[in-house]
Each structure stands twice: as structure tokens, then as C-alpha cells.
Design a protein. Structure first.
Lengths: 221, 308
């Protein structure tokens, strides 16, 4: 999923200070799962903002709407009847959702309430960790199902570096060394000889190196 | 047949124990600092590594400092890390270096910016150190850029890499060397060796696979100035293995004699490592202590340097 974290309150206040009527948008997808911008977080933020502005003697009106999927124009269209009642929109969706709202409503200021962080998985309750950087040409088939691009601090395709210590990365003892994980999996699979097949320099054109990317499926388009 | 004009290659090919040392460029436009450090090493070593923004701190570029050293009639070794440059920048610098007579280089991934003075900087890591070796070898032997185009005037670089026998997991450290051999490495400079038993165990693995026949392994040596430095290396430097006995030995002598004890340990290590089959030379990393290198070389019986 795409993970996100709420921005600091002061930054949100600064964005909203010039406006009186706010449309606060949540999204029912990834940001709900990672507890950053679902219906519940929309409610909490809405109360906090209203209290804060009331205290400043400058009360604001907030309408709360949580869309099924904010990165999808079909659902964003549901805002058409509500948008005119707002001076500005604050979105708690990931960057994709925020931009979709901004694209649809050209003359409406739209502000992010979260920092979109990474594509990751849940490690345990309340903990998410990065797993994928969307390089566009998946290497997991030759790295025993552990991605060194997303999970090695130096992005080494032929690691580990000399800083791997007791399974941890030199950058932070909270980070697992991706190459230790790869090696452990290769051993468990009885495939350690695969380690010695050098992975060639990556063609980054399938990633950000080729500029902003687009998928066009002729069969669906 | 020689691949390059590198003095280091010639020394190794003639069967001598080779010696390199290193020189960290200054953190400012101070060319005389480079000259001063390099001058201390004249006559004592066969090549001088010039670090590339080591510990991720901005310094005079390795290329510029290499040129200064080359112009002194010495043999610089260009260090290059994959952290700061993409493959375009690397290749242009390699051609540039070779155009100034710099014919030996070391391919590294580099310390993470987290440890340096620009922790906010973006990492490049377009290619890794193994891929860098392959790129330089292709430029030299096939006269081709990494992208495939033909290259006029190929840089005839003698190509080095690092190896750390002490990092984890230990069991894949020989295999990792094999990857570098496959990529075309000519010589290896190892991480500082303090745990000689473990190093010898790694070398056994290296010989078992015949890798010592394919790459010249230079043992990394760093003299310790004090017990404080020994403890720091043990506890703070990732991938460093400093045995407790060594700390005890350093702590067992009065403070003013610790530097001498450090030199003694270093000379003893060299003597022992000379006997290890497959060790083809030494890389002395006397960090901000370059002036001690001639003495270490002398006491280790490595002077005078052979003329080739």
C-alpha cells in the first residue's frame, strides 16, 4: 500500500489561515489502512482544526467527506455538488488523490494534510516499512524476493557493503540489511550459487529515469 | 601481458610485495596540503590512494588532488564512490583522470551520507561498486562506454576494489570477492586488519576457490595512535573487527608510549601477513598520520621500494 503520515499541525494551520470554509477530504483506500487519512482521521483533524481556529477567535466551517478512492476521477466527481461551498480543500489522501482533486477543480486551492511516504507493508500493528520503489522492472525474481533497491540504503544490486553488522544496516540499527535477508532466503531455498551471478547495471528508464511514467492498456482504454 | 602502464601493476607482476598508502584531500582549496601529505609518502609506497569525499564529507575532489600528486611525479590512485556520481559523471571523470596520466583507480560504493556533513543530500547509486568495476573494465578492454558507444582513447586503468572480510555475513565474503573478480577487478585493498585469525580464515576461503590467482590482494593496515582510537574503531566503525586482546595491549602501556605500541602492532601484523599465501602487498591507511608511513615501511622491511 501507499503509506502516509499526518503533517505537523502548524503547517496545516498556515495553509488554512486565509480561508473560512474548508472541505476536508479523506480517502477510503491506503491512507485508511495506514491510519493517516481515513474517515476516522478526517474526523479527528476536523475537530482539532475547528478548536484551534475557534481559540484564535476566527472560527472556520469544515465539511468532512471521505471518498471511496480519491485517485479515481469517478469518485472525485462526487464532489461536484459540494465544492462550491468551500473556499479551499484540504486532502488527507496520498499525493495521487490530492492531485486528482486539484486537477478536477482547477480554481480551488487544494492543500495536503499528509506527507505521502512510501510503498510498503505492515510489519506489525502500527508499523509500516518500505518494500518497493516502483522501478518498473522488478528484480525480486533474482533477489530471493527481497528488494535491494527499496531496502538496501545504498541501493546495491550486488551487496552487501562492508557495513553490514549482525544482520543490520550501518545506517541505522533499526534497518535490516537487505542483503543479509537475501542471503538468508537464498540459503533457505538452497540457491546460494545464484548470489554469484552479477546483476548488471540497471536500466532506470523504466523508473523515474525515463521521466513521469504512464501505463496505457489498449485493451481497456 | 600488461593491461596498463600502472606502476602498481608492474610491481605486482614482477612478484614484489606492493605497498600503497592514502591521502585524504583537504576540506578547502589548499593544494599545498595535498602536496605536503603526498611528499611524506615519496619513496615509501608504490601508489597513493586519494579518497573521494570520505566519510561523506565534502573535500577537494579526488580527481583534482590526483592531478596535483601526478604532477609531483608520484602515482595517485583515484578513488571513486558510486554515492556521488551517476555513470555519465563517472565515465567523464575516468577519461579526464587518464588524460592526466592517472592510470590506477579504486571502485567503491562509499559511506552513506548519514555519516557525513551533508546528511540531507540525495544518494546517487546509479550503479554499484561491482557494476562500476565492469564499466571500467569495458571502457579499458573493449573501448566502449557503459551505454555501448565506442570510445576513442580508452582509459587504461588498473582497477581496484575494496573487500571487508570482517563484515557480516562472513560466510558470503569470499563469494562477494568472486563477484568482483567476475566483474574484472585487478587488485583488492582490504578493510583494516586487526583480527588476523579471521583474516587468515577468509584468505583460506579465497585460496580454496583459486581467487588469489585472479586478483592481487593487498592487506589493509591502519596503525592505532592510542587505546582511545582502538576502542573507537571497535565500537563505532561499522564492519571493523578489533579483538579485545589488542585493546588490552594498547591499554597496558602508558599513554605517551601508546603510539609507539600501535606502530609495533602494525609492523608485527605486516610481518605475519607477509607469510600468508595470496597476500600480494599492503595498503597502509595512516589516517592523518602519513608521516609515520616511511618508518612503518622501514621497520616492516619493505624499503627500499623496487624500481620497475
Amino acid at each position: 500500500m501507499i503509506t502516509a503520515e499526518r503533517k505537523p499541525m502548524e503547517e496545516l494551520i498556515a495553509y488554512l489561515r486565509p480561508f473560512r470554509r474548508i472541505l476536508l477530504l479523506g480517502c477510503n483506500e491506503c491512507v485508511t489502512v495506514c491510519a493517516a487519512g481515513g474517515r476516522k482521521e478526517v474526523g479527528l483533524l476536523s475537530s482539532a482544526l475547528q478548536m484551534r481556529f475557534a481559540k484564535e477567535g476566527k472560527p472556520i466551517e469544515i465539511e468532512e467527506i471521505t471518498l471511496e478512492r480519491q485517485c479515481d476521477p469517478e469518485y472525485v466527481e462526487e464532489l461536484v455538488s459540494r465544492i462550491d461551498q468551500a473556499d479551499a480543500v484540504m486532502s488527507m489522501a496520498c499525493g495521487c488523490g490530492i492531485q486528482e482533486v486539484a486537477r478536477r477543480f482547477q480554481d480551488k486551492p487544494v492543500f495536503p494534510a499528509v506527507n505521502t511516504t512510501f510503498m510498503g507493508a505492515s510489519e506489525r500493528q502500527g508499523v509500516w516499512a518500505e518494500r518497493c520503489q516502483g522501478c518498473g522492472n522488478c528484480v525480486l525474481g533474482v533477489t530471493a524476493g527481497v528488494c535491494p533497491i527499496a531496502r538496501c540504503s545504498k541501493q546495491l544490486l550486488n551487496g552487501p557493503c562492508g557495513g553490514s553488522t549482525k544482520g543490520k544496516c550501518e545506517v541505522d540499527p533499526d534497518i535490516d540489511c537487505a542483503w543479509q535477508l537475501i542471503w538468508d532466503r537464498l540459503k533457505a531455498l538452497g540457491m546460494t550459487e545464484q548470489y554469484e551471478e552479477n546483476i548488471p547495471a540497471k536500466d532506470w528508464r523504466t523508473g523515474r529515469g525515463g521521466g513521469p511514467r504512464k501505463i496505457v492498456r489498449e485493451d481497456l482504454a | 601481458m600488461m593491461k596498463t602502464e600502472s606502476i602498481l601493476e608492474k610491481i605486482l607482476a614482477a612478484g614484489h610485495l606492493a605497498v600503497t598508502s592514502e591521502c585524504g584531500p583537504p576540506r578547502g582549496a589548499l593544494p599545498d596540503k595535498v602536496r605536503e601529505k603526498a611528499e611524506m609518502l615519496r619513496g615509501s609506497v608504490d601508489g597513493i590512494n586519494v579518497t573521494d569525499n570520505q566519510t561523506a564529507m565534502v573535500r577537494m575532489s579526488s580527481l583534482a588532488a590526483c592531478i596535483i600528486i601526478r604532477q609531483m611525479g608520484l602515482n595517485p590512485i583515484l578513488q571513486m564512490v558510486s554515492r556521488d556520481r551517476n555513470r555519465l559523471a563517472m565515465q567523464s571523470d575516468i577519461i579526464g583522470a587518464y588524460s592526466f596520466g592517472i592510470d590506477t583507480m579504486l571502485c567503491l560504493s562509499g559511506d552513506h551520507p548519514r555519516f557525513g556533513d551533508h546528511p540531507m543530500a540525495a544518494n546517487v547509486h546509479d550503479i554499484d561498486s561491482v557494476q562500476m568495476l565492469d564499466m571500467v573494465r569495458t571502457m579499458r578492454d573493449e573501448g566502449k562506454f557503459q551505454g555501448g558507444d565506442k570510445l576513442d582513447g580508452p582509459p587504461k586503468m588498473f582497477i581496484g576494489a575494496a573487500a571487508n572480510p570482517f563484515a557480516d555475513p562472513f560466510e558470503l565474503r569470499v563469494a562477494r570477492l568472486a563477484k568482483k573478480v567476475n566483474a574484472g577487478v585487478d587488485f583488492i585493498q582490504t578493510q583494516c586488519i586487526y583480527n588476523l585469525d579471521k583474516f587468515e580464515l577468509w584468505m583460506q576461503g579465497v585460496r580454496d576457490r583459486g581467487l588469489d590467482e585472479k586478483v592481487a590482494i593487498m592487506a589493509g593496515i591502519t596503525p592505532m595512535k592510542s587505546v582511545g582510537m582502538a576502542r573507537y574503531m571497535k565500537n563505532k566503525v561499522p564492519g571493523m573487527d578489533v579483538p579485545d586482546e589488542l585493546i588490552k595491549r594498547m591499554a597496558g602501556v602508558p599513554k605517551e608510549k601508546q603510539a609507539e605500541e600501535g606502530i609495533k602492532i602494525c609492523v608485527e601484523s605486516i610481518q605475519r601477513l607477509k607469510e600468508v599465501k595470496g597476500v600480494r602487498g599492503f595498503h597502509i591507511m595512516a589516517i592523518e598520520w602519513e608521516q609515520k608511513v616511511p618508518e612503518i615501511m622501514e621497520r616492516a622491511g619493505l624499503l627500499p621500494r623496487p624500481q620497475v
